[in-house]
Design a protein around this ligand. Sequence first.
Ligand code: ATP
Ligand code: MG
Length: 365
Amino acid sequence: MAFFSKLYIDRYRGIKALKIDELKGVNLVVGDNNCGKTSVLEAIQLLRTSGNLANVYRVSRQRDSIAVSNANSIFDNFICMFPRDREGACEISISGICNDKAISFDLKGKKDRVMLDTKELSVRKLQFSDIPSGEIEADTFDGEIRLVYGDQEKVNRISVNQYSSVTGTPSSDKNSFSIVYVAPFEHLRGSVVNQILKNESYKQICVKALQLFDLEIEDIMIFKSDIGNRPVEFIRHKILGDMPISSYGDGIKKVLALANAIAQAADGILLIDEVETAIHKKYFDDILRFIVKACKTFKVQVFITTHSIEAIDGLLATQDYDEQDVSDDICVCTIKRASDASYSRVLSGREVYENREAFGFEVRL
Ligand SMILES: Nc1ncnc2c1ncn2[C@@H]1O[C@H](COP(=O)(O)OP(=O)(O)OP(=O)(O)O)[C@@H](O)[C@H]1O
Ligand SMILES: [Mg+2]
């Protein structure tokens, strides 16, 4: 089981000196468009990169990953993670306390423009581009990643340039916990039931959740397709028969994607970006209750971003705030963007609930 009790984002993208001292089982990150909510979820992932550059690249490309064409180069995505502020330093610094141990990720270095010999570039890169052979001018970054978790420290020197390919595959420490990120449009990627099907009783609970949308849904399953023996995810329906999940609406796909990610994040951390996308607000209370309960069952600490006040109220409704002295498992962090950086305010779920009851407090501002 992994549990972050504190999170500090000293410098990452537009975020400066963000401090959350009392993280809970359910943590909401709210605020205006463009204030830095997704950046907070990325920063948490950087804490689990094992010092591996491929993992850092993966985080840097996440917000670009649904774009098929016009996707930025690896180097551009990487460089865009460093704060662009007056200080101008190429420095990312994120830390926290996880399972009572100090955890931190620091990435520091220097950007430069130097002459490179094309012989140093990968063969594949040269085959698929029109780079002339010989000496070329290129943007470069040289620096180091320093990762600390408890008494373990890893320092990796890194050197990348604008023609770099991803070196190595993203990896995870076997002894470590998982962090699962659910993008706002995760449900469009497919593969949303494989983890659910591993646990029969959880599958039954997920089918019940789908029955909120359509009472005739009976089961979910994976079949091998006739073409190429590919696995295809199906929903069994009393009237429609078996149909691929792709024939159903986005709300159903989104609920499955979330439920699947919870099972995948078991004993670890789940990051849900824009929990409300694709779901009609009339289902929020039921679906959010399902998410909070499933996270508890799978021992998952969850970070949720949302724009929706109904979703915030739905999450607050999962706690018994009308009873005094009951524990509070929600923390709400509001991010506000100022001209030089984003700043934050942290409240407990109970404080937000009581202020919303008293005067309709707008916690997103
Ligand atoms: N390297 C950087 N340096 C400074 N600011 C940056 C950097 N990269 C991104 N930003 C700023 O961060 C903001 C975007 O952050 P992010 O995508 O996390 O916002 P968000 O709250 O998730 O927005 P939305 O709700 O629209 O998804 C923008 O204002 C952008 O200018
Ligand atoms: Mg966002």
